[in-house]
Write a protein that binds this ligand. Structure first.
Ligand code: 9MR
Length: 338
C-alpha cells in the first residue's frame, strides 16, 4: 500500500448531499485498508462477522470478539455502521432448527430462539448500528414461487419474516430495519420483492427500507432495469440503500480465466458503467440513504472466488494498491460538473 498522503477528493464528500458511502469490512481489511477506508468512507458493514453462525455458534455460546472489533473501528473513525444480517438461510447453524435428537423444532421454539438471538445481538450494538438487514434473500430467484425453500419456511411458514422485524424493532426501536436481496433489479425478482415488502407493510410490520444488494457487472443489469427497480421500491414509501455494490468485470456466465490484470478497455467500460450508475443514484437521492460497496479496493473481493474458482476480479473504484481507478476519476469529473 502506498503511504503517500492522498490528495484526491473524498468519496464521502463528493456524495455528502446525497447518501452515505459505505464499505463491507472484515478483521483483515480494517488493518490492511484502514487508511483508504477512513479517508473515503463514512459507513461500514461487517462482511461476515455479525451473521448468525459467526456470533451464535451454539445455543449457549455467543462469540462477539470479531464483531466488536469492527464496531470499535467504526467508532474510532466516526463512521456509521449497518448490521448484517439477522435472518438468512445461509451461515446459520443447525442447532437453531433442531432439538437434542436432531429433529426439527416446533414453531414456538424457533421463535423463542430467534427472539433471544435478536434481543442479544441488536441490543449489544444499539449504540453502534443504525440500520439492520433483518431478513436477507428469502425470495426465490426463478419461477412463480414467492419464497425460497428453507428451514425457516418449513418450520414457521411465511410469518417468520414479519416476526423477525417485530423482534428487531422491540430490541431497538431506533434502528432502521431493512429487507435485503440480490438480483433485485431483474424484473421478475423485483416484482416478487415488491410484493413481499408491500404485504409486510399492509400487515403493519415495522420495516423501513429495501436493501438492493447490487452485485452487478459490466453488462447486467440494464440501466433501465436499475431505474425501474428503484422507482418500484421507492413507490412503497420506504428508504432505499445499495447494500453490497460491486461491478464485476465479467458477465455472470463468462468463465474466462486468462486475465491477470484488468485490461485498459475493461477499466474504461467499468468507468462508464459507474458513471451512469451513479448518475441514476443521484437522481434518486431523496429515496437513497446509503450506497455501500461489498469491499473497498481490488486487493480483496469475494468475487476473486466466485463464480469461477481462483479467478481474480476488479470490481471497485480503487485498485490493488488502493489507488483511484478510471471509474473513480470519472465520478470525480462528473461531480465537478454537477
Ligand atoms: O462476502 C461474503 C463471503 O465472504 C462469504 O463467504 C459468503 C458466504 O455465503 O457471504 C458473502 O457475502 C454475501 C452477503 O452476506 C449476502 N449477499 C451476498 C454476499 C456475497 O455472496
Amino acid at each position: 500500500m502506498s503511504m503517500n498522503r492522498r490528495s484526491e477528493p473524498r468519496l464521502k464528500d463528493m456524495f455528502a448531499q446525497d447518501f452515505l458511502i459505505g464499505a463491507a469490512v472484515n478483521p483483515r481489511t480494517i488493518v490492511t485498508q484502514e487508511e483508504l477506508l477512513s479517508y473515503h468512507f463514512n459507513s461500514i458493514t461487517a462482511e461476515n462477522e455479525m451473521k448468525f453462525v459467526s456470533v451464535h455458534p451454539l445455543e449457549d455460546t455467543y462469540a462477539f470478539a470479531e464483531a466488536d472489533a469492527l464496531a470499535a473501528f467504526a467508532r474510532k473513525h466516526g463512521m456509521k455502521m449497518r448490521g448484517h444480517t439477522l435472518v438468512w438461510h445461509n451461515q446459520t447453524t443447525d442447532w437453531l432448527f433442531e432439538d437434542k435428537n436432531g429433529q426439527l423444532v416446533d414453531k414456538a421454539t424457533l421463535y423463542a430462539r430467534l427472539k433471544s438471538h435478536i434481543d442479544t445481538v441488536v441490543t449489544r450494538y444499539q449504540d453502534d448500528i443504525y440500520a439492520w438487514d433483518v431478513v436477507n434473500e428469502v425470495i426465490a430467484d426463478e419461477g412463480e414461487e414467492l419464497l425460497r425453500p428453507s428451514k425457516w419456511l418449513e418450520i414457521a411458514g411465511t410469518e417468520f419474516i414479519s416476526k423477525a422485524f417485530e423482534y428487531a424493532h422491540e430490541a431497538d426501536p431506533k434502528a432502521q430495519l431493512f429487507y435485503n436481496d440480490y438480483n433485485e433489479s431483474h424484473p421478475n425478482k423485483r416484482d416478487k420483492i415488491y410484493k413481499l415488502v408491500k404485504s409486510l407493510l399492509e400487515q403493519g410490520t415495522p420495516i423501513h427500507g429495501v436493501g438492493l444488494q447490487a452485485h452487478w457487472n459490466l453488462y447486467d443489469p440494464h440501466l433501465d432495469d436499475i431505474r425501474a427497480a428503484i422507482e418500484k421500491y421507492a413507490s412503497l414509501g420506504l428508504q432505499l440503500q445499495l447494500t453490497e455494490l460491486d461491478v464485476s468485470m465479467f458477465a455472470f456466465d463468462d468463465k474466462r480465466k486468462d486475465l491477470t490484470q484488468p485490461p485498459a478497455e475493461l477499466l474504461e467500460q467499468q468507468a462508464e458503467r459507474y458513471e451512469k450508475m451513479f448518475a441514476i443514484l443521484k437522481e434518486y437521492r431523496e429515496h437513497i440513504t446509503a450506497v455501500t460497496f461489498w469491499g473497498a479496493a481490488d486487493d480483496y473481493t469475494w468475487l476473486d472466488h466466485f463464480p469461477v474458482r481462483g479467478r481474480k476480479n476488479w470490481p471497485f473504484l480503487f485498485d490493488e494498491l488502493h489507488q483511484p481507478k478510471p471509474a473513480f476519476e470519472r465520478l470525480v469529473q462528473r461531480s465537478a460538473k454537477a
